[in-house]
Ligand binder design. Sequence first.
Ligand code: ADP
Length: 174
Amino acid sequence: MAEPSVKIGLYPGTFDPITNGHLDIITRATRLCDRLIVAVARNAGKGPLFSTDERVDLARSEVEPLRQRGFDIEVRAFDNLLMHFAQSCGVAMIIRGLRAVSDFEYEFQMAGMNAKIDPTIETVFLMASDRYQFVSSRLVKEVGALGGDISPFVSKRVGEWLENRFSRQKVVTE
Ligand code: ADP
């Protein structure tokens, strides 16, 4: 448990892979808390393209510039119940991003459920910035798999990893 004066935020997700939309939320979240933990869900029920280690590695390299600017950010994998993980880290708030209406129903239910588990931990929603409103890991993978330009949505490094993964898959299926 951290000192009570340090406000810790937790930004959980699948991050398969981390996009510029995620990074925008992370950057804005650093203004709300003293320490931010980006929590990569190990047991993502979505059959992720990247392994947990790869998703953590990519997220770490994306947040490195913020760390170098002095923000206290850590990337960690977790595989237990989100609220139990949050409690074990002593977090004050869960950060989630909200895009248009599509995220609302799921996020609303999850926030309600999590508040029942531990009402002392607030879920804080950050509205997606205009330019990232339509960016999702799923669409980035779909566009990338079909050879589309994903450079506006992900960093150079993430783009290269996606390209490698897709070219490897192509070799396997050919
Ligand atoms: P999950 O599987 O938990 O939805 P994701 O990695 O897809 O994990 O997303 C993590 C969080 O980031 C979610 O709250 C999601 O709504 C938010 N998010 C994803 N993409 C964006 C974006 N482009 N702008 C703002 N928030 C986003």
